[in-house]
Design a protein around this ligand. Structure first.
Ligand code: GLN
Length: 541
């Protein structure tokens, strides 16, 4: 078993996760079975209770683990099977250590960060090594070198590397090389200092990956090599990509980073075959067609809040050789100024998941606009609930229909909490979570898109379609195209007379990859493309 530890220096948001995932892509395409793991130094047990301003998207795994969004990159870039073992937070570590202490597992001892906390971290690495059956584990350490809270993780990986031997474990440090305009040059000092900080803790990186806006010249590479104590070829340039994040693996391959990793870890493997990856990039950079998709949400200004949604849309574009321009629409703007102003001219409208009342009415107006103007609509989780509420109010004429999440006293609770959820008082990890089976109804557009009878999709919500209203919806041509195999929960809805109007109670965006675009996103972009090509039609519904 081989181990690669990825740390980060100078500033956050350097794209360590992307670097780790891209290295995973390359190693996988050299024939290795790869596992990827993320350590997060914060004290939350998982990011499930943080808001998107704090954390960006919460990425949900098959087993229901609510995890860091970097795990989304891991799944999109590789074929790894991630479980809750692949994301470890300080919160989980301390929770385990404190439970052990109360159970008397350390009886007689003073419980300390070293060795008890660090041992727990190392134990998690061994458990993953055993469970994953991987040849190599890439472990990303969240945060920035120098943060107090990250120290136990750095100490743990230092000890771990020593224990498994330096033939089997290497350190990759991702750092920032800023371009200073006034001086007209790239500066290596921050990199030198963050490597010095790492060495103070006892970690000497084998490879320094330099994030930069401009190419590193030979002299600068030499400087970084000397001051950071790594060979010249171990200074890897990772320049801002021109078009898409999926270029990163190819960029690292050009820098021969995977060759270096293989030689450091004594792995004798053929070069990575990346032809399929190049084709993906070709379709992203030079697509045959173009569409514009509106994403209507309330965290629109935040780059990371709907990360997987934006990625899955671009995958739908790849599948249709269609470049997708995403227009982010703030649902509160729609509330203030109407849907038409923001949604006119779009090829498709998507309402993603969400919680809380703010901006809900704007999303309902967006769904109405899509339904009435025959604009392709895809509703994800909350987006399905929104479409249901809109239909209830404006087609079934159920005045003030709502979800009990937003109006507990609504006369028509078309979306309501499951009985099993009403007794839950704890907030962490208590939603309907993870991959669950959904049975599709033959003859529906959804079944046609999936080309399957039963699919598994990931959930993260508390509220559901209220079955007391099923009959009324059915009579108005509102089709339930997917449900749980026991028939109890509505999972997918669609409007058969609309060219594409689909809502799903789950999050298909978590299952889409550039080389395996999700069928719902593929169909959505195809419909958006068809809609864009035809002249706008008169409202029919
Ligand atoms: N707030 C809604 C619920 O809990 C939808 C959640 C979501 O979109 N993930 O059911």
């Amino acid at each position: 078993m081989k181990y690669i530890f990825v740390t980060g220096g100078v500033v956050s948001s350097l794209g360590k996760g992307l670097t780790a995932a891209s290295l995973g892509t390359l190693l996988e395409n050299r024939g290795l079975k790869v596992a990827l793991q993320k350590f997060d130094p914060y004290l939350n047990v998982d990011p499930g209770t943080m808001n998107p301003y704090q954390h960006g998207e919460v990425y949900v795994l098959d087993d229901g683990a609510e995890t860091d969004l970097d795990l989304g990159h891991y799944e999109r870039f590789t074929n790894v099977q991630l479980t809750r073992l692949n994301n470890l937070t300080s919160g989980q570590v301390y929770q385990t250590v404190l439970n052990n202490e109360r159970e008397g597992k350390y009886l007689g001892k003073t419980v300390q960060v070293i060795p008890h906390v660090t041992d727990e971290i190392k134990k998690r690495m061994h458990v993953l090594a055993e469970h994953s059956g991987a040849d190599v584990i890439i472990t990303e350490i969240g945060g920035t070198t120098g943060d107090i809270e990250g120290l136990p993780f750095l100490e743990a990986i230092r000890e771990f590397a020593l224990e498994v031997g330096y033939n089997n474990a290497i350190f990759v440090h991702v750092t920032y090389v800023p371009f200073i305009k006034a001086a007209g040059e790239l500066k290596s000092k921050p990199t030198q200092q963050s490597v010095a900080k790492l060495r103070e803790i006892g970690i000497a990186p084998h490879i320094v990956v330099c994030r930069c806006e401009r190419p590193l010249d030979k002299e600068l590479r030499q400087k970084i090599s000397i001051f950071c104590n790594v060979p010249f070829e171990a200074v890897v340039e990772e320049k801002d990509v021109d078009h898409t994040i999926y270029e990163v693996p190819l960029m690292l391959q050009r820098e021969r980073m995977d060759d270096l990793v293989c030689s450091l870890l004594h792995l004798d493997l053929p070069p990575a075959k990346m032809g399929h990856w190049q084709e993906i990039i070709r379709k992203l950079i030079a697509p045959q067609h173009r569409v514009r998709i509106g994403v209507v949400g309330k965290y629109i200004e935040l780059q990371d809040a709907y990360k997987s949604v934006y990625e899955a849309i671009s995958h739908g574009g790849i599948a249709n050789d269609c470049g997708v321009e995403i227009q982010r629409v703030d649902s509160e703007d729609i509330e203030r100024e109407g849907a038409e102003k923001y949604l006119k001219g779009l090829g498709g409208i998507l309402v993603p998941g969400g919680f809380g009342e703010r901006g809900i009415e704007g999303k309902i107006q967006a769904a109405r606009y899509a339904r009435e103007n025959l604009v392709p609509y895809l509703g994800l989780c909350l987006g399905m609930q929104i479409a249901t509420i809109e239909f209830a109010r404006n087609v079934l004429k159920l005045a003030k229909a709502h979800s009990t999440e937003f109006d507990p006293n609504t006369p028509h609770p078309v979306i309501a909490m499951l009985d099993s959820q009403t007794k839950v008082t704890k907030k962490g990890g208590t939603m309907r979570l993870g991959a669950q089976a959904c049975q599709l109804v033959v003859g529906t557009k959804t079944a046609q898109l999936y080309g399957a009878f039963v699919v598994k999709e990931r959930h993260r919500h508390r509220y559901e379609f209220n079955n007391a209203y099923r009959e009324r919806f059915l009579k108005a041509d509102f089709v339930f195209s997917g449900q749980t195999p026991d028939g109890k929960l509505v999972e997918i809805i669609e409007l058969p007379k609309h060219p594409f109007f689909i809502g799903c109670q789950f999050h298909p965006e978590f299952r889409s990859k550039p080389h395996q675009p999700h069928p719902l996103f593929k169909g959505f972009i195809a419909a958006a493309h068809a809609y864009t090509r035809q002249k706008p039609v008169e409202p029919r519904l």
